[in-house]
Design a protein around this ligand. Structure first.
Ligand SMILES: [Zn+2]
Length: 199
């Protein structure tokens, strides 16, 4: 890389730190950005800046949002009797894309993973419990990923919520154990939702 001008080699360095981008891809991207129209390249820089300055977590459900409350929480047409618990905002996106769910969400921002040092207090569990305590929910749907840690997290949550008069369900196992919600297709997610079972 020593033959590249400083700015180019800095960009290649930055890009190669992104997940899934090796050195070769980083070089390809950098030269692509040098080739396209200047406004196109700068639009990417702008999008990165905006996502970091304008996007935050919804104060209610921890979905990504540009306002205090996300679009879903501020939509009066959503079914406020159902609450679907997911690990990450991208899981919420997968469920939304299926079009099969009209209730509200709660994003944990992770899963309990003792081996990685992730304990319940690092997730948004306290505010989940508070929402169930004060909300109008009759069903809580566990949509954590079908992994050992995802299942463990569901189990932990259903214990935490057992004192409330809500039915606790989980997605049907149409999604193969170990696969990740994020990559499942629409039909599978819709099936998993309609076939949900009591936990
Ligand atoms: Zn929200």
């Amino acid at each position: 890389m020593s033959s590249h001008a400083g700015a180019v080699s800095q960009l290649v360095d930055r890009l190669s730190q992104l997940p899934g981008i090796g050195r070769k891809s980083a070089e390809r991207l950098a030269f692509h950005l040098l080739r396209v129209r200047e406004d196109e390249a700068l639009a990417l820089a702008d999008a990165i800046r905006r996502v970091r300055t304008d996007v935050r977590y919804c104060a209610n459900c921890y979905n990504l949002s540009e306002k205090e409350l996300c679009q879903i929480c501020s939509d009066p047409n959503r079914d406020a009797t159902r609450l679907c618990v997911v690990e990450q905002p991208r899981d919420l996106l997968s469920l939304e894309a299926s079009g099969a769910y009209k209730g509200l969400y709660h994003v944990l921002l992770g899963r309990i993973a003792p081996l990685d040092g992730i304990t319940p207090d690092q997730l948004t569990i306290d505010s989940l419990v508070e929402r169930v305590r004060t909300g109008t929910f009759t069903e809580i749907i566990m949509a954590t990923n079908p992994t050992v840690e995802g299942d463990g997290t569901s189990l932990y949550l259903s214990n935490q919520l057992s004192e409330f008069p809500v039915e606790i369900t989980r997605l049907a196992r149409g999604i193969t154990a170990g696969s990740v919600l994020e990559y499942a297709n629409r039909e599978i997610i819709a099936d998993a939702l309609t076939g949900r079972q009591k936990l």
